[in-house]
Design a protein around this ligand. Structure first.
Ligand SMILES: [Zn+2]
Length: 383
């Protein structure tokens, strides 16, 4: 009797049928990964673009697919690079897990809420991604991956402070696949540019499938880098043009910025009145929203659901009342009004370019005199 192995295939709205390794399937079927179903890719943008309802879950699967595809193409076209199957699985898993640490409403949580709730505390969602990944490594047996490979996956997600240990120097070009610190051309952006445009109804000409086929690793300055032929420059130009369009029309859309600020304000006011995990008393077992980042047992509960949890709090103090009022105002589209805008130069920080914008909002209700001004807010130019 013939035995058939039934392959599990994901039908992705952007990339079509996707096949992933058994290791990735094991990771997808954990609560740590499933949590991403409940975190909007573009946070509050859903209140501006009705199509922006996609979540980190599908973006992570798409990124895993592109990471594996790029690794496989390089392996096929350049056997001299000695890319192994294990290397490709690591790329796929890193693509899958790179956003595990996002909090409620994605970047709103780390770039606005945590910065205000814990000023001076340096925290990036990638730190939580690594902690979540550690939990998954405990649940899922990764017999097919060596210790070096597990280190390699973590280094692909978050660049280590010291030197790379997961792979030797001749394979350092692999660190440019998921998060490219050299030129920002990586599979993470290829997925979210394509996915965001599709969901928002914006057009783009960039074709990453073409770039994947045409990419080659070449040596430059004694180091190997993933590169593209000169003839590909128009396609790459279109990629950065798409990024600009998305920032102008969606990520930095004034109404989106206002909604994100309002949600963040509500989180600040309700911070001490929510506990994670839910119903656990504050103290040893229960953390506040801003403390949740210190304890993954608490953080695993931090999803967009926080919005509705605030709305169900009992109104026995002024802060909770104000938090609920802000969220109610979002639902009745009574947004803060922008009464001023100023763009200023922001100097580079560790090779990252930031756009710093200063907005001032009114707390006033519709048609009332604007008296109270908000502190300036700052947003990073990335999504
Ligand atoms: Zn991502």
């Amino acid at each position: 009797m013939a035995i058939f192995i039934v392959l599990q295939i994901i039908n992705d709205s952007i990339w079509g049928p996707i096949e992933l390794s058994p290791t990735s399937w094991k990771i997808i079927n954990t609560p740590e990964f499933q949590r991403l179903r409940f975190i909007k890719q573009l946070g509050g943008c859903y209140f501006v673009y009705p199509g922006a309802c996609h979540n980190r879950f599908e973006h992570s699967i798409g990124t895993a697919h592109l990471a594996r595809t790029l690794g496989t193409e390089l392996q096929k076209n350049q056997p001299e690079l000695k890319i192994t199957q294990e290397d490709i699985i690591c790329l796929e898993v890193a693509g899958l897990c790179h956003d595990l640490g996002h909090g409620a409403f994605s970047h709103l949580f780390d770039l606005q809420f945590i910065q205000k709730a814990r000023p001076g505390y340096e925290w990036e969602h990638e730190e939580a991604s690594l902690k979540m990944l550690d939990r998954i490594f405990e649940i899922v047996s990764l017999d097919d991956l060596t210790k070096e490979s597990q280190t390699f996956i973590k280094e692909l997600i978050k660049k280590p402070k010291g030197s790379y240990e997961g792979r030797p120097k001749e394979k350092h070009f692999l660190y440019e696949v998921v998060a490219n610190d050299v030129n920002k051309i990586d599979v993470d952006k290829w997925d979210y540019f394509s996915r965001d445009c599709h969901m928002l109804g914006l057009h783009h000409n960039f074709q990453c499938q073409r770039s994947i086929k045409i990419a080659r690793v070449i040596e430059h300055g004694g180091e190997r880098h993933i590169s593209f032929p000169k003839s590909e420059y128009l396609n790459i130009f279109d990629m950065f043009s798409t990024r600009y369009t998305l920032h102008r029309q969606a990520y930095q859309h004034p109404a989106n910025r206002v909604v994100q600020t309002m949600i963040s304000d509500a989180f600040i006011k309700a911070d001490r009145y929510l506990t994670f995990p839910p119903n656990k008393p504050k103290g040893k077992s229960g953390k506040t929203l801003s403390e949740s980042i210190d304890d993954m047992d608490a953080y695993i509960w931090v999803t967009d659901d926080v919005f509705h949890r605030i709305r169900t709090l009992s109104e026995d103090n002024e802060n909770v009342k104000q938090a609920k009022t802000i969220l109610d105002r979002i639902l009745s589209r009574d947004f803060y009004k922008i009464i001023g805008e100023k763009k200023v130069q922001f100097k580079g920080e560790k090779q990252k370019v930031y756009l710093k914008e200063k907005f001032q909002y009114s707390y006033g209700k519709k048609n009332k005199e604007q008296k109270v001004l908000r502190e300036p807010i700052f947003n990073r130019c990335s999504a």
